[in-house]
Write a protein that binds this ligand. Structure first.
Ligand code: HPA
Length: 255
């Protein structure tokens, strides 16, 4: 098993990108893939759209590790298990973490298929990966202002519009009621989802530099009359993956 970690390390990447639901289309021509099952500590994803492997890729001559597939609290996993991928990537030498997710839009200006760069979050999951190893971590600038500027410039150059906003994480797996969506809007959230924030907390505790992106998969309940489905989330994010790949191509060199 130690040998799988060595293969991750030997890739000598400094950047890892955690892919959310349906975003696997971002991965092109991996040099090597290492299944999560090769690491005894990593829980296996149980949800459609989450593959469960690390893919070692080169984009614009920059080495990256994609974490394809994550596990969620709603699958019955703990905050510690949900963030095991981030600790593994830190052991593999990763210093910069890009987290992505598929989210529901709370901001009325957002449309399905749009991208939002996360500039802050609301952790409404009721838990933390730091429970049990209390660390009074400062989460001011959790989403690196430097990386936000860098990705913002890259998106502009490739002509992909990036919204900016606050991501609220809830435990799920049910989508919000219309009343819950209104509360989240009133709390200042622009998008809502069921992942990401615990990984960000873990990454900051390990002193990684973090950037986060939400792919708007659907409008949250009450903002549109369509019935929410996981299939819709997967379809929209698959299309939006192409835009994100273009941003990465521009942003990764000199990150
Ligand atoms: N709500 C919560 N999580 C989500 C949504 C949503 O509307 N869409 C994708 N993940």
């Amino acid at each position: 098993m130690g040998d799988a970690l060595q293969r991750l390390r030997d890739w000598n990447a400094e950047i890892a990108i955690v892919l959310g639901s349906g975003l696997t289309a971002v991965v092109h021509d991996p040099v090597e893939s290492i299944a999560y099952s090769e690491f005894s500590e990593l829980p296996k994803p149980r949800v459609a759209g989450h593959a469960g492997k690390f893919s070692l890729c080169e984009i614009s001559e920059t080495r990256v590790i994609f974490a394809q597939g994550r596990v969620h609290l709603y699958e019955g996993y703990s905050a510690g298990q949900v963030t095991a991928n981030v600790r593994k990537l830190a052991h593999a030498g990763i210093k910069k973490l890009v987290v992505t997710n598929a989210a529901g839009a709370l901001n009325q200006k957002f449309k399905p298929g749009d991208w939002m760069m996360i500039n802050d979050h609301l952790n409404l999951t009721g838990t933390s990966p730091l429970i049990g190893c209390p660390k009074f971590l400062d989460l001011g600038n959790a989403y690196s202002p430097r990386l936000q500027k860098h990705f913002g410039d890259a998106a502009h150059k490739v002509g992909v519009f990036l919204h900016q906003g606050v991501y609220a994480a809830v435990i799920g797996p049910q989508y919000e009621t219309a009343a819950e969506a209104r509360i989240l809007q009133n709390l200042g959230a622009d998008a809502v989802g069921m992942s990401t924030v615990l990984e960000v907390i873990q990454a900051r505790a390990l002193e990684m530099e973090v950037a986060g992106f939400s792919c708007v998969a659907n409008l949250a309940t009450g903002l549109s009359s369509t019935v929410l489905s996981h299939a819709e989330v997967l379809e929209t994010s698959h299309k939006a993956a192409k835009d994100f790949f273009r941003i990465l191509g521009k942003a990764l060199p000199n990150l």
